[in-house]
Design a binder for this molecule. Structure first.
Ligand code: COA
Length: 187
């Protein structure tokens, strides 16, 4: 059982806020909402096969995927790839009708917990140059721009590579606690 599953099993503050519940993504979640949100979020959405391939990697311990539900309905999801000792955010998306309710923040909090529990010293991601909202969210979690991948998306749009280091430090845990406190206070 992963750390996230254990945390979620407790149904504690990490999994809840604004009536949002996080659970490990299952294959059946793809047709139950994930694919629909994915199609609404990206010009080149992942196919069901790509998601299924990612979920198969969960068993080998190289991936973690979560779904966020509100009133039982899937409203978002996110995942990590563990490689070379670091955690890489592969995907994070929230139903366009449910944005700015802290769901992305809660997903990232749970993913951060998992990266820390897996002893990763750092985590990283790529984000579209045009995704200012996502960049704002990532900055809140301590990610900083570290480079640009030219024409990374659709061979057109650049990606900003962001890194967040020292995530095992007390300072980073305190940062997460502050974010978590904000979620708890608002719920
Ligand atoms: C990025 C995304 C996952 C954020 O999800 P969300 O649930 O709306 O995010 P939250 O409500 O948790 O936002 C947390 C904070 O991030 C920042 N933020 C998020 N979206 C923002 C926006 N559109 N504009 C400005 N700031 C934004 C704000 O600081 C926000 O805090 P606030 O609402 O208290 O001001 C969502 O916009 C999304 O699915 N986008 C499309 C897919 C995508 O681009 N994913 C990222 C791939 S790298």
């Amino acid at each position: 059982m992963s750390v996230i599953e254990r945390l979620l099993g407790r149904s504690g503050a990490n999994s809840r806020g604004h009536g949002v519940v996080l659970t490990p993504m299952r294959k059946r979640d793809l047709r139950a909402g994930v694919m629909q949100i994915e199609a609404q979020c990206y010009p080149r959405p992942w196919s069901a096969n790509v998601f299924a391939g990612e979920l198969e990697q969960v068993r080998s311990g190289t991936r973690t995927y979560l779904v966020a539900r509100r009133h039982g309905v899937i409203v978002g999801y996110g995942g990590l790839w563990f490689a070379a000792g670091e955690a890489h955010v592969t995907n994070i998306a929230v139903d366009p009708r449910m944005r700015r309710h802290g769901i992305g923040r809660q997903l990232l909090l749970a993913l951060a917990d998992e990266a820390i529990a897996r002893s990763c010293p750092a985590w990283t991601l790529e984000v579209r140059v045009s995704s200012h909202g996502a960049q704002e969210l990532y900055r809140e979690f301590g990610f900083e721009p570290a480079g640009v991948r030219t024409r990374y998306y659709e061979n057109v749009e650049d990606a900003i590579v962001m890194w967040c280091h020292d995530i095992q430090s007390g300072a980073y845990r305190r940062r997460l606690d502050e974010i978590r406190q904000g979620v708890t206070d608002a719920s």
